[in-house]
Design a protein around this ligand. Structure first.
Ligand code: NAP
Length: 281
């Protein structure tokens, strides 16, 4: 990874932070996108400790907002002529339905829209570094989900974990369609389930489910180091240099649900997402 540029979201906590540290330790230069300046500075300190020679950077943005995601993508594109790896990893779950000032349901906006818009904004820089990689953190939670194209903003019957699961199904479908559209360009796109990991995830989601997740983590969750392994593998291993459009778990290809292999749905999701973002698909 020496000399490679890795852009990562959700690098200030959990599996993203451990992956960022590991990749910095392999010689990569990290570009973090973070929303909290103090947490970002703490992560930067940890990255510098792995290799003081690399000039890691932070760009601040709230990725639940399309305007912020577009702005930060443009900022990074202006600063980085080549990007070798983009890791879309920031994610969250919300116990009650919230809507962003831009009119999107908060889980959909944070977990899906930001992946789409950030990749779109950095695509030229990724192509400039080809062979390059986009890695999207999804989840086995997608197994419970189907998409309702008439209600992508979950305005009916909101249940936090179901809406989260749908956003993770979106991550897999988006990865498939990105891989299909990028075939022959040298840009590979893959996604992963990290396992059930003892991170801060869902600690602040609110409601009974957040309590259940916190209690379950104490008993069943794997360590953050173990949970970061597939992310690190997909970002750095030569074994997966030519693999694209796949879903991984424990550093091996895995089979997602039928709904997550529906290429017509993947195409439709891309088109709907582009429309919501005001882009031509
Ligand atoms: N933990 C699990 O069991 C599990 C299982 C399957 C999939 N996943 C997925 O793994 C990914 C990473 O989660 P984690 O478990 O490492 O959880 P985490 O410790 O809560 O980390 C989440 C990261 O996302 C960032 N983030 C959240 N909302 C953001 C926003 N609006 N703008 C910018 N950054 C934002 C957080 O920033 P702050 O540091 O500022 O909070 C943090 O860095 C997520 O996509 C999650 O869905 C986790």
């Amino acid at each position: 990874m020496r000399g490679k540029v890795v852009v990562i979201t959700g690098g200030t906590s959990g599996i993203g932070e451990v992956a960022a540290e590991a990749l910095a330790g392999m010689g990569a230069r990290l570009v973090l996108i973070a929303r909290d300046p103090a947490r970002a500075e703490a992560t930067l300190e940890r990255l510098r400790a792995k290799g003081p020679q690399a000039t890691h950077r932070v760009h601040l943005a709230d990725l639940s907002l399309m305007s912020e995601t577009r702005r930060v993508a443009a900022e990074i594109a202006a600063a980085e002529p080549r990007i070798d790896v983009l890791i879309n990893n920031a994610g969250a779950m919300f116990g009650t339905r919230r809507v962003t000032p831009e009119g999107l349901e908060l889980t959909f906006a944070t977990n899906h829209m930001s992946y789409f818009l950030l990749t779109h904004g950095l695509r030229e820089r990724l192509l400039a570094a080809a062979p390059s990689r986009v890695i999207n953190t999804a989840s086995a939670a997608h197994r419970r989900a189907t998409l309702d194209f008439d209600d992508l903003q979950s305005s009916r019957n909101y249940r936090g974990f179901m809406v989260y699961s749908r956003s993770k199904l979106c991550n897999i479908l988006y990865t498939r369609e990105l891989a299909r559209r990028s075939a022959g360009t040298g840009l590979a796109a893959n996604c992963l389930h990290p396992g059930f990991v003892a991170t801060r995830f869902a600690d602040a989601s609110g409601g009974l489910f957040s309590w259940v997740v916190r209690a379950s983590k104490k008993v069943f969750a794997i360590s953050v180091e173990k949970g970061a392994e597939t992310l690190i593998y997909l970002a750095s291993s030569p074994e997966v240099a030519t693999v694209s459009g796949a879903y991984f778990h424990e550093c091996r290809p895995a089979t997602p649900t039928r709904a997550a292999q529906d290429d017509a749905a993947a195409r439709r999701l891309w088109e709907e997402t582009a429309r919501l973002a005001g882009l031509r698909s």
